[in-house]
Ligand binder design. Structure first.
Ligand SMILES: C[S@@+](CC[C@H](N)C(=O)[O-])C[C@H]1O[C@@H](n2cnc3c(N)ncnc32)[C@H](O)[C@@H]1O
Length: 191
């Protein structure tokens, strides 16, 4: 299936589903289209190859990331919900992008506790309360010159304040928050 059509289908599904379901863990809570475009530009401009995403949902943001990566690029994406993982995997196959994506059914704290490799870009879009707990590990997983992007920096600014303050306090990043989608905190690791 063409990526453009699948993204449009998922945008409609996300709006309809999230407006009708009550349970928060059944909502998709996808990034906005302009956030997807923004991630694509960062990936292409930064010659990004290895991405870690925390919070896959049904794979909408992962599709933007994977499609922007070069053929030898790869995205590892973490999700705790088996229900969402099965939908995400199906969407990755439909877009013919599954060869560029590894889905890990694991929470961020567990994964980051044992991860050692470096990533060119880390995209955070999961349970915001846990970011502070793993802030140290997140900043160490980004290679010098690499980028951290955190969604909801405007929509949930208070919830993210401690995490963003931590990243700023390291002195190791050049940072900004841009008014794209729900607000993106962007931090580039100094070389
Ligand atoms: C905002 S949604 C992600 C939306 C997705 N990035 C997109 O735009 O399509 C957050 C997702 O993170 C998952 N999640 C929550 N806590 C998590 C954790 N500790 N580790 C990994 N995933 C988590 C939730 O199940 C949910 O599907």
């Amino acid at each position: 299936m063409k990526l453009k059509e699948l993204l449009e289908e998922l945008e409609t599904l996300g709006k309809e589903n999230d407006a009708s379901v009550e349970q928060k863990d059944r909502k998709y809570l996808n990034i906005t289209r302009d956030t997807g475009e923004f991630l694509s530009v960062l990936i292409k401009a930064g010659a990004v190859r290895q991405v870690l995403e925390i919070g896959t949902s049904n794979g909408y943001s992962t599709l933007w990331i994977a499609s922007a990566l070069p053929e030898d690029g790869h995205v590892t994406t973490l999700e705790v919900s088996p229900f969402k993982i099965s939908q995400a995997k199906s969407n990755f196959k439909r877009a013919n992008l599954d060869h560029k994506i590894t889905v890990v059914q694991m929470g961020a704290v567990d994964y980051l506790g044992q991860a050692s490799r470096l990533f060119d870009l880390v995209f955070l879009d999961a349970d915001r309360a846990s970011y502070v707990q793993v802030a140290d590990q997140i900043v160490s997983l980004i290679r010098p010159g690499g980028i951290l992007v955190c969604d909801n920096a405007v929509s949930h600014a208070e919830e993210l304040r401690e995490f963003i303050d931590f990243v700023d306090s390291t002195g190791g990043f050049t940072t900004t928050t841009v008014p794209v989608g729900k607000g993106e905190f962007v931090a580039c690791k100094k070389t």
